[in-house]
Design a protein around this ligand. Structure first.
Ligand code: NAP
Length: 250
């Protein structure tokens, strides 16, 4: 288990699924964690805070819609005010609005790009100012294997996640001189609310395409994120690690 004792982390979209699991894993490794949640959904975020606190950790909930740059600046400032520093940012918040290309509405295209790509930019830009000043930091972006290989019915999602991978590489190059690392994980098929509604036929076909013949759990992603966020990964930057049970080999 990586040692994150004394570190402060912020995880976006941490009130459920992979984000909640990442927040709990970072706390288990010793970090104090700011749990970002979409405004209005405080109950689930406070449940994650309570779980971390009852295990002896330290956490606070911070509201922000990551598509709104002013809210992301306020979120970062609030996390630093509450927890005293900011060493780790995990850009996890994301949505899907699937549909075939020719039928995809402007709204569905825009919502996914705003949340999954611009949201990462907004939060990273706000956090980078503090990390550059501190001359230390680790950013971990939650991309997707769909950003590596594409998917019919997910043009918006694939474009956003491929964008996140390119953004990660640029941030890694730009901030390396200030000792700030940026990496990404690319989860495959992970059991969360996002995948719960997929039709059974799609689930079966997906499972067949996975070398390990099983879906992943949020904890599988969380452990990879904790590693990349830690000093154990101190010589790794600009990389994207697929956490997909062998669904893609790229
Ligand atoms: P999830 O359970 O739906 O979690 C997504 C989280 O993001 C929710 O907490 C959601 O909050 C939050 N969120 C959405 N829009 C937001 C916004 N504008 N501002 C702040 N928070 C926002 O789905 P998940 O599967 O854990 O997904 C987490 C990440 O993993 C996403 O980036 C997703 O693309 C990626 N991923 C998932 C899979 C998979 O198989 N599950 C595979 C590859 C990549 P609310 O619930 O309050 O809206």
């Amino acid at each position: 288990m990586p040692d994150l004792t004394g570190k402060v982390a912020l995880v976006t979209g941490a009130s459920s699924g992979i984000g909640a699991s990442v927040a709990k894993e970072l706390a288990r490794c010793g970090a104090a964690v700011a749990i970002n949640y979409y405004p209005g959904n405080e109950g689930d975020a406070q449940a994650v805070v309570a779980e971390i606190e009852s295990a002896g950790g330290r956490a606070v909930a911070v509201a922000a819609d990551v598509t709104d740059s002013e809210q992301t600046v306020a979120m970062i400032d609030s996390a630093i005010e509450s927890l005293g520093a900011l060493d780790i940012v995990v850009n996890n918040a994301g949505i899907t609005r699937d549909g075939l290309l020719v039928r995809m509405s402007d709204a569905d295209w825009g919502a996914v790009i705003s949340t999954n790509l611009t949201g990462v930019f907004n939060t990273t830009r706000a956090a980078a100012k503090h990390m550059m000043k501190a001359r230390s930091g680790a950013i971990v972006n939650v991309a997707s294997v769909i950003g590596l290989v594409g998917n019919a019915g997910q043009a918006n999602y694939a474009a956003a996640k491929a964008g996140v991978i390119g953004l990660t590489k640029s941030v890694a190059r730009e901030l390396a001189g200030r000792n700030v690392r940026a990496n990404a994980v690319a989860p495959g098929f992970i059991e969360t609310a996002m995948t719960a509604t997929l039709p059974e036929a799609v689930r079966e076909a997906s499972q067949e395409a996975i070398a390990l013949k099983r879906f992943g759990q949020p904890e599988d992603v969380a452990r990879a994120v904790a590693f990349l966020a830690s000093d154990d990964a101190g010589y790794i930057t600009g990389q994207t690690i697929a956490v997909d049970g062998g669904m893609t080999f790229v």
